[in-house]
Design a protein around this ligand. Structure first.
Ligand code: ADP
Ligand code: MG
Length: 344
């Protein structure tokens, strides 16, 4: 916490809303009227409207002892934009519900909104409204996002066909390993507050946990290359669990190859250091927010040289068989188990 502490009560709810409003400028032509009336006014259009929402609860989805509020604000927006990306759409507006306990100063809330602002700018999204309340317990953030996509370009989880190639962007397991590092440093810090955490070596992993990006860059590139995925999902719960979603919704089986699953060098080394299996981290570690999609094999040539798209396997006709071919060429069943918020 900073040395200057202004109580939110000094500003009041309306003061806070005015302050939020003053920090945001609308960028999208579909935003007719943003913050300031009983409801925002958005232009209807020929395109399909995509709507998604995410709830972020302190102690369940984030831990403020290692999540700076600025990063939390950024991440809250990025994960919503990622859901729209996964439908092959473009996010244009968000609404933001906030419940704030009196532990938070105005400076802390300002830091949160700095992150929200940075993400809105980066993804070209307008904050068009929300609701603000006090909270008896922790911080609660609820964001709904609105996006648009031409009817013919919507991509659902259900569109994959047998023999479609399974593609994944970026690398996997890094956000999960970043979380392991942060948890460990927190323990060290709690047992000896004089110890400064040494995170430099883990900069990439911690960054992947604290500042995930929605892969809108990939959505634009696929469009430029005229490559329309047949099915798509963003990886929030882990590759294996998302593969199960594609398989189930498309009524197909999946077959992936361990040696094709992208794992960064730092993820690999740190997993070993933590006595974890790197491929398990890549399969089941969540929060990478990469895109998992399938393409018709005729489109392969269009994207085969893309440096950040990896081809990890294919869909097949037997919906009861989701398998991983290991580096030793053994075929093992994929486990769906993600790290969900109910089981732990
Ligand atoms: P109401 O009483 O109709 O709920 P409010 O006083 O809560 O209205 O909100 C006034 C305006 O400020 C509305 O346009 C609302 O969408 C906006 N607003 C309230 N809280 C937030 C927030 N956390 N982020 C963005 N806009 C907000
Ligand atoms: Mg309200």
């Amino acid at each position: 916490m900073s040395e200057n502490r202004t109580e939110l009560s000094q500003l009041g709810e309306f003061g806070l809303i005015d302050r939020i409003k003053s920090k945001f400028q609308n960028q999208n032509s579909t935003t007719i009227k943003g913050i300031g009336d009983d409801a925002a006014i958005l232009a209807a259009s020929e395109k399909e409207l995509l709507v998604s929402t995410d709830l972020l609860l302190e102690g369940i989805h984030f831990n403020l002892s290692y999540m700076p509020l600025q990063h939390l604000g950024y991440k809250a927006v990025a994960v919503n934009v990622s859901d729209i990306a996964a439908m092959n759409g473009t996010a244009e507006q968000i609404v933001l519900g906030l419940a704030i306990s009196n532990r938070f100063s105005l400076e802390a809330i300002d830091a949160f909104f700095e992150g929200v602002q940075a993400a809105c700018k980066n993804y070209n999204v307008d904050l068009v409204g929300g609701d603000t309340s006090s909270s008896a317990a922790g911080l609660v953030i609820s964001i709904a996002v609105l996006g648009r996509v031409e009817k013919e370009n919507v991509v659902q989880r259900s569109g994959a066909k047998a023999n479609d190639i399974i593609c994944v962007t970026g690398d996997l397991g890094a956000a999960y390993m970043g979380l392991q590092v942060l948890e460990r440093e927190k323990e060290v810090f709690l047992s000896n507050p004089d110890m400064q955490p040494d995170l430099e070596k883990y900069e990439y992993l911690v960054g992947r946990q604290l500042k995930p990006e929605a892969r809108m860059d990939i959505i634009h590139e696929l469009r430029d290359k005229n490559c329309l995925p047949t099915s798509m999902i963003d990886i929030s719960d882990g590759l294996a669990s998302e593969l199960f979603h594609l398989g189930k919704n498309s009524n197909l089986g999946v077959k992936i190859f361990e040696d094709k699953v992208p794992v960064d060098h730092d993820t690999f080394e740190t997993a070993i250091e933590f006595k974890l299996d790197p491929i398990t981290c890549a399969l089941h570690g969540g929060e990478d927010y990469e895109l998992l999609f399938t393409i018709n094999p005729v489109d392969y040539d269009k994207i085969k040289n893309h440096p950040d798209i990896h081809f990890i396997g294919h869909m097949h006709n037997d919906p009861s068989q989701h398998v991983l071919v290991t580096k030793q060429q053994t075929v093992v069943p994929l486990q769906a188990q993600g790290w969900n918020h109910f089981g732990h």
